[in-house]
Write a protein that binds this ligand. Structure first.
Ligand SMILES: CC(C)(COP(=O)(O)OP(=O)(O)OC[C@H]1O[C@@H](n2cnc3c(N)ncnc32)[C@H](O)[C@@H]1OP(=O)(O)O)[C@@H](O)C(=O)NCCC(=O)NCCS
Length: 496
């Protein structure tokens, strides 16, 4: 039986930042789900983001500020994806320490990410000069574009002879109020053409848009991804902002004239321009909007040009990026080298590391006493255990760093075992090695032992499987401190 891997995707969305992160994160979530993983999004967002992304199963809180809450939520997750303009490198480090694999989504080489995988899907991402780091894999270029599921497949685009349908989209909010301005230009200069106008859920200028609309204007309020794709497919040219929509336009093969509406789009737009897919009209505050539109649209007028842009776009983005990223992550987990463990007797210097591990959310949750442990109490307890002849206390290290602990409480011929690994070392079958080696050492130190017992909460599947895989057998169901548990026994054979 294989267990579903847990993936947490941490991101943000707001009027100010926009909703591009939410769109690509939900795309990646879909890809991980398709690969059989359990996925949860954790979103730092405002009310506009909630309108844009109404997925019921997501968690909404400021995960950068509420660090403790975040670490509790993501505990037990193998993969964590972070897509943020706000998180600092210290947050990334803490998250990396709490999971097996950290993926960072990047646009602007914002940080030196302490990640296992970094994804930047910009067309020229390989020119960003990321620093070399042997343990980090870079997934660069449009091959890794994270598109919503509806865009994974698309028919081959065929440019029509004339410009008869325009597609207008300025994001979920249109903060710069571009839609009425562009629409005004089109109604004046292309009265015969249809204008398919996307009105996001956060639009506040609908009155101005309605006023500008002509008989050949159609407004689409908060369309689904499927509807968006359909509208792109039936259009001849898009006039858009320079965010994530560019990847979708490229996939559909719809040539685009782009107006930059946010500082964080600058690099993105210039890389698409360099790739030759888009025309750049200018920036939202240009005084020469009409001239810019005229210039860009005249360049896109010939069907031949639009056809070659369509082919270029579809060649750049094949729609499989999200699945590729998910596969790269899972492959990395599968092939992660198994670290070699070194076991030694616990010593006074381990007090703090064991305190931290004991307060790890998953360790607490799986203990029979679930409240957080306080430092003073822990010190007394730890000191007592070190000097207690009935306790055999081992610490595991990987490359000299604390990785986990195993403790045996010995009464006559029976030992009761407790085991825990730091979050980064879990789910890699290290527990088996740790437990087997610890049993051998305990046996050597206490040759009269006849059996080892383990009491595991019924819901603690990883631990149950660990004990079963090492040869423990189920002895009885029991209740410990009011909680249902299973007692396992491992019979030690006489060495003869
Ligand atoms: C319990 C613990 C030591 C196990 O060590 P580990 O190295 O992580 O264990 P493994 O990687 O071998 O995983 C154990 C099994 O659980 C399975 N598993 C992994 N994630 C799981 C999940 N979310 N749900 C159910 N089973 C899961 C694994 O597939 C594996 O099963 P398999 O052997 O059939 O492949 C470790 O998870 C830990 O420290 N947990 C927190 C503390 C704790 O619970 N201690 C035990 C108290 S009794």
């Amino acid at each position: 039986m294989t267990f579903q891997k847990k993936v947490f995707i941490l991101t943000e969305g707001s009027r100010k930042i926009g909703f591009g992160h939410l769109a690509r994160c939900s795309a990646l979530a879909e890809a991980f789900r398709k690969k059989g993983c359990l996925v949860k999004l954790v979103i730092n967002g405002d009310s506009a983001a909630r309108k844009f992304f109404s997925d019921q199963s997501s968690l909404w809180f400021d995960w950068i500020k509420q660090k403790k809450k975040l670490l509790v939520e993501i505990s037990g997750g193998e993969v964590v994806v972070v897509d943020s303009y706000l998180a600092r490198v210290s947050s990334y480090r803490e998250i990396a320490a709490a999971c097996s694999l950290l993926i960072c989504l990047d646009d602007n080489k914002r940080l030196e990410y302490p990640a296992d995988l970094v994804v930047n899907a910009a067309p020229n991402a390989d020119e960003f000069k990321y620093s070399n780091c042997a343990s980090r894999r870079m997934l660069l270029g449009t091959k890794y574009a994270l598109l919503r599921r509806e865009f994974w497949q698309a028919p081959v685009a065929k440019a029509r002879a004339k410009l008869t349908k325009f597609f207008l989209s300025f994001g979920g909010e249109d903060l710069r109020n571009m839609t009425p301005k562009v629409l005004k230009y089109l109604t004046k200069n292309y009265p015969q053409a249809q204008k398919l106008v996307i009105c996001g859920r956060g639009f506040r200028h609908l009155a101005a848009i309605n006023k500008t609309a002509d008989a050949r204007t159609k407004l689409f309020y908060g369309p689904t991804a499927r509807e968006m794709k359909h509208l792109m497919e039936i259009s001849d040219v898009a006039i858009c902002a320079g965010g994530q929509t560019l990847f979708e336009l490229s996939r559909v093969g719809l040539p685009a004239a782009i107006i930059g509406v946010a500082e964080n789009q600058r690099r993105h737009i210039s890389s698409w321009k360099k790739a030759g897919f888009i025309e750049v009209v200018g920036w939202w505050d240009t005084r020469r909007l009409a001239a810019g539109l005229e210039h860009s649209l005249s360049r896109l007028e010939p069907a031949k040009v639009r056809q070659s842009r369509a082919e270029l776009g579809q060649g750049l983005v094949d729609g499989q990026g999200a699945l590729r990223v998910a596969e790269a992550a899972l492959e990395r987990l599968r092939n992660a080298p198994v670290p070699s463990l070194h076991l030694r007797r616990a010593a006074a210097r381990d007090c703090r590391a064991i305190f931290r591990l004991s307060n790890d959310p998953e360790v607490r949750r799986n203990s029979f006493q679930t409240q957080a442990i306080d430092w003073t109490g822990h010190r007394q307890w730890f000191d007592g255990k070190l000097h207690d002849p009935t306790t055999f206390f081992l610490v595991a290290e990987v490359e000299g760093k604390f990785a986990g602990q195993v403790r045996f409480a010995i009464t006559n011929e029976t030992a009761l075992v407790a085991i825990s690994l730091k979050a980064t070392y879990r789910r890699r079958h290290l527990g088996r090695t740790l437990l087997s080696q610890a049993i051998s050492l305990c046996r050597r130190a206490h040759p009269r032992l006849k059996r080892i017992l383990a009491q595991v909460k019924i819901k603690n599947q990883p631990s149950r499987r660990l004990f079963e895989s090492v040869g423990f057998s189920r002895s009885r169901n029991m209740t410990v401190r009011g909680q249902r548990a299973i007692e396992y026994v491992f019979k030690l054979k006489d060495k003869g």
